[in-house]
Design a protein around this ligand. Structure first.
Ligand code: SF4
Length: 117
């Protein structure tokens, strides 16, 4: 099998070709660096994405922008968003504060990306 991808790890956007045989390991061509190879293989095995979104605070009208500290499996993005949207921390919140721990049992935290004081 063969799949064409664009690496999203940096602005170069290398065009990757991932090929693999049934039960075998994928191989990647078109990458300029090792990150592209890792990305191409991960996209075939278990694609992941970093979540960035807005959370409602318990005591403020303005929303809080947040992101996951690491990419989460794509298949769990909606479950992760449900947990984030159901959580309403109170101000003050500082950039880098953990507002959700162990998101969906993945061991990944959600952190604030700005201050709401
Ligand atoms: S393969 Fe490397 S150089 Fe190319 S887009 Fe990905 S990270 Fe950037």
């Amino acid at each position: 099998m063969k799949k064409e991808l664009i690496c999203i790890n940096c602005p170069m956007g290398c065009h990757l070709t991932v090929t693999w045989e049934e039960g075998g390991e994928p191989s990647v061509t078109g990458n300029t660096c090792k990150r592209g190879e890792i990305y191409g293989i991960q996209e075939m095995k278990e694609p992941r994405r970093t979540i960035t979104c807005l959370m409602k605070l318990a005591d403020r009208e303005e929303p809080l922008s947040v992101k996951t500290q690491a990419p989460v499996p794509k298949k769990l993005i909606f479950s992760c968003l449900n947990q984030i949207y159901a959580t309403h921390p109170s101000a003050p919140v500082h950039e880098g504060d953990v507002v959700v721990e162990d998101l969906c049992g993945l061991g990944i935290s959600v952190v604030a990306t700005r201050n709401v004081l």
